[in-house]
Design a protein around this ligand. Sequence first.
Ligand SMILES: Nc1nc2c(ncn2[C@@H]2O[C@H](COP(=O)(O)OP(=O)(O)OP(=O)(O)O)[C@@H](O)[C@H]2O)c(=O)[nH]1
Length: 214
Amino acid sequence: MAQANGAPQPVAAPSQLYVFKLVLLGSGSVGKSSLALRFVKNDFKSILPTVGCAFFTKVVDVGTASLKFEIWDTAGQEKYHSVCHLYFRGANAALLVYDITSKDSFCRAQQWLKDLEKEFLPGEVVVMLVGNKTDLGEKREVTFEEGKEFAERQNLLFMETSAKLNHQVTEAFSAIARELLQREERKEGPMPPRGDARLALGRGPAGQAKCCAR
Ligand SMILES: Nc1nc2c(ncn2[C@@H]2O[C@H](COP(=O)(O)OP(=O)(O)OP(=O)(O)O)[C@@H](O)[C@H]2O)c(=O)[nH]1
């Protein structure tokens, strides 16, 4: 890629694909894998607890750009906690998931946020707090307001979802996508329309989005 003063320069390319790493964090059984499966394959089925980490990819079109999510679905079981931070590295976004029927999982999500804060500078990653399993409203232990207030205090995006009923799942990932692209635009200036594509980012190191020609 052509460079002047260290800044990526416009390069002719057929179209633009931004690549972002997103980690799914939260206690065991809150529905992280189910959210990933719903988003990537529009499916919901019985899934065994994740061992270590699972990996998914999905390309979404947002306005004039395409965005590829590399989704790292971490294991929520306590025995894997010590290795989870290894998957944080290079993340651009995190989905902090709790189960609205479990106060404990909500408290654990707050702990996960502290773990993230140890690894990243403030504002370095886009974090969304997600209260999953809204279809189980009769067993709800965490109110919408509790989730929203915590998210607002911590400057996080917030959404409640049901992976089972496909409620707000695409919307959650789309909101993250929009925020990530807006941040890139603020860094780089407005993105060009398709057909006037350039290699805007193309930076590999941890925490920075990669953009590549498709
Ligand atoms: N009712 C309901 N059940 C859900 C929902 N999402 C996930 N589940 C169920 O919750 C259980 C755990 O889901 P997983 O997606 O495996 O949860 P996880 O957070 O990935 O769990 P770990 O891999 O142990 O970290 C499964 O039985 C899912 O079918 C939902 O939106 N509603």
